[in-house]
Design a protein around this ligand. Sequence first.
Ligand SMILES: NC(=O)c1ccc[n+]([C@@H]2O[C@H](COP(=O)([O-])OP(=O)(O)OC[C@H]3O[C@@H](n4cnc5c(N)ncnc54)[C@H](OP(=O)(O)O)[C@@H]3O)[C@@H](O)[C@H]2O)c1
Length: 293
Amino acid sequence: MRVLLTGAYGQLGRSLLDRVPAAWVLLACGSAELDITDRAAVERVVKKFRPDVILNAAAYTAVDKAETDRVRAMKVNAIGPENLALAARDVGARLIHISTDYVFDGSKKTPYLESDQPCPINFYGLSKWEGEKRVFAVLPQAIVIRTSWVFSEYGSNFVKTMLRLAATRTELSVVNDQVGCPTYAGDLAMAMIALASAEQAQGIYHYCGDVAVSWCEFAQAIFVVTQQDTVVKGISSGQYPTAAVRPLNSVMNCTRLQEAGVTPSDWQACLLLARLSLSSVFTPPEPGVKVLH
Ligand SMILES: NC(=O)c1ccc[n+]([C@@H]2O[C@H](COP(=O)([O-])OP(=O)(O)OC[C@H]3O[C@@H](n4cnc5c(N)ncnc54)[C@H](OP(=O)(O)O)[C@@H]3O)[C@@H](O)[C@H]2O)c1
């Protein structure tokens, strides 16, 4: 199977690179090799490589910065995926695109279903929802996986932030009124790999961790696993104002993907495993478009 991976050097992209089946012919492109907002470049690369599947791990993920950097956020999160969908349609490729729990406003009291109506309360969420709509308008048979609270050995994420802060502080205050499901990027990568081979799969799927927690409880779990006695004090969202408002309930129901044979991320076990390699250094390949297998 020929697979084009975009956003190859973000945390999800790197997690995919660690796990791609040896049988795949993979073209991995970071932002320097392929800017997904450049429609002509996307068309050129896709026409030349002729993938069977495009995996889009590229995104504008700076949630707070997106409130003021709106044009860029919309370009990367909505126009970029649309460009990929157009190019995929031209060559008959399938597209697996990633979206977010932040398309929802968090007012629901139970886990969000794929059929629930998005209603983003921050610009990042709005740009990601626009991306979903543009993808399906061009390619109704595309796959969009909504995920949440992603962590891994790579890039920036909550786990790494907590460990960095704990290196210099004995007590941390962390929000305890926002609840969601942490998701290990390696598990999300495996879910994408499974769907890449599932030819009948299409539409929206939710994929996240199996146990819902508040950010405060997530931080406490991180320090249990890493055997640190950092004290984590719970505070309300109101006591920790951010540029972007976050939904209070981010929990998503993953039954649809479970029925397709993909189990939710066992994030606590993954945290334990990731602990061993949190300091691992990733060396990106030399610049330039490369076929890895
Ligand atoms: N992280 C989370 O907690 C979270 C939660 C819910 C959903 N998601 C979704 O999960 C997916 C993966 O997120 P992640 O955590 O892996 O994000 P990430 O670590 O920020 O990686 C995103 C990657 O996209 C690349 N990129 C940005 N603009 C691009 C462009 N115009 N063309 C090509 N590549 C571009 C970035 O490259 P440069 O660094 O070179 O710009 C970066 O390598 C995204 O769709 C995100 O919205 C993430």
